[in-house]
Design a protein around this ligand. Structure first.
Ligand code: AMP
Length: 396
């Protein structure tokens, strides 16, 4: 893998695609700077080599229009503080103003361009726009995993104008390595924990990883399609009736491939989809009418604990229940604790994709697992087995 470590940036300008798509409050202050911190090591390496950086990012969805509320000038101070460098922001992304600013950069200096998505050409993957961007640096560095699944001008198309002078930043390299560790070179037994609402949104992942794992825990709302397909009574639980056939096929395929599937055996059922609902613990296949399973039950926790603690490589995607409701977060918290314990014992654990990251942060597990991915959609597509365009552009 060609990473930033393969280059010496002395007297060179690095054009770095970062993911500074950070949330702002009503006063335009950064409320979560995780993504800026995540890009820091790459930027610092360039500066310590004696190079300079041109940072490009998107923020929000301005859809090709200049939206002052989404200007990157709002994050200039936060970037200054985190990098410990006086970053220069310009209100241009391409064109003479951007080219002049880039040309005047001295070693040790950092320039930040205006929001890429103020230009509709960015998300269209426009070649001319990408070429204009490419004039701003000598070496192209992609460090934005969050947008690596998009064939946008700055994430993919720009790479082709740099021939050999392109590489992954540290963050993107780490994401790629973590996925590889789970999907290709994970120490056995390999376990995937899949939760979330629907089978339909996870089906491609399930099919892709059946070849790579020894155990699969299926929890969350997906549970009930599997249980109903096998003749269980699921009451009013969430279910995709048109996916029952598929659920049975998955169970059959898993058997053929010798993958053990673990579903909850009991659930915390509620008489309403709300935190304050009445609850009862029932067998997963005997949920009464008028009740719906919103979390795994205690006997399920015990089974999951055993599987998790025996695993050496663990992928976690999707919550075990409706964790947004405090009364139905126990399954997700229990699972997080088991994964944390397994990690402490030496397992490699990767958390990624959508809501599982939110759950991990909400319950404070981020420092207790091996790696928390920074990309939602990009991680999901990687787990589906797709080659992300932003990654292919560097490798190709
Ligand atoms: P996903 O984005 O596919 O990972 O789905 C995450 C969502 O699934 C979360 O918002 C959970 O509240 C929801 N979810 C998990 N378990 C259930 C359940 N038993 N019934 C309904 N929704 C659920």
């Amino acid at each position: 893998m060609i990473t930033i470590d393969n280059f010496n940036f002395e007297n060179k300008k690095a054009l770095i695609r970062v993911d500074f798509n950070v949330p702002l409050n009503d006063d335009f202050e950064v409320t979560d700077a995780t993504r800026i911190h995540a890009a820091r090591p790459t930027i610092i390496k360039v500066l310590e080599d004696g190079g300079s950086c041109v940072l490009m990012s998107h923020m929000g969805r301005p859809k090709g229009e200049v939206r002052p509320g989404l200007s990157l000038k709002h994050i200039e101070k936060a970037v200054d503080d985190i990098l410990g460098v006086d970053v220069r922001f310009i209100d241009a992304t391409v064109g003479p103003k951007a080219e002049e600013a880039a040309a005047s950069l001295k070693p040790g200096e950092v320039l930040m361009l205006e929001n890429l998505r103020f230009h509709a050409e960015e998300t269209k993957g426009d070649e001319h726009f990408a070429k204009q961007l490419s004039k701003l640096g000598d070496i192209y560095v992609n460090d934005a995993f969050g947008t690596a699944h998009r064939a946008h001008a700055s994430t993919t198309i720009a790479a082709k104008f740099f021939l050999e002078n392109k590489c992954f930043g540290y963050l993107l390299a780490k994401e790629i390595e973590s996925i590889k560790k789970v999907m290709e070179s994970g120490e056995k037994p390999v376990l995937a924990v899949l939760g979330g609402a629907k089978v339909s949104s996870k089906i491609t992942i399930i099919e892709n990883i059946l070849d790579k794992v020894d155990h699969m825990i299926i929890g969350g709302g997906m549970t009930y399609t599997f249980v109903k397909a096998q003749g269980g009574q699921i009451g009013d639980s969430i279910c995709e009736d048109d996916k029952q056939e598929l659920a049975l096929e998955i169970l059959q395929k898993a058997k053929e491939k010798n993958v053990q599937i673990h579903l909850p055996v009991d659930v915390k059922a509620a008489d309403d989809f709300s935190n304050g609902a009445n609850t009862q613990i029932v067998a997963v296949d005997q949920i009464p009418e008028g009740w719906q399973g919103l979390d795994a039950g205690p006997r399920s926790f015990e089974n999951f604990k055993q599987v998790v603690l025996e695993s050496k490589t663990i992928l976690w995607n999707g919550p075990m229940g409706v964790f947004e409701f405090e009364n139905f977060a126990d399954g997700t918290i229990a699972l997080g604790n088991f994964i944390a314990e397994a990690t402490e014992k030496g397992a490699f654990s990767l958390v990624g994709g959508g809501d599982s990251v939110a759950a991990v942060k909400q319950f404070g597990f981020q420092d207790k697992v091996s790696y928390v991915s920074t990309g939602g959609g990009a991680m999901l597509e990687s787990l589906e087995g797709k080659t992300l365009p932003g990654i292919a552009a560097i490798l190709g």
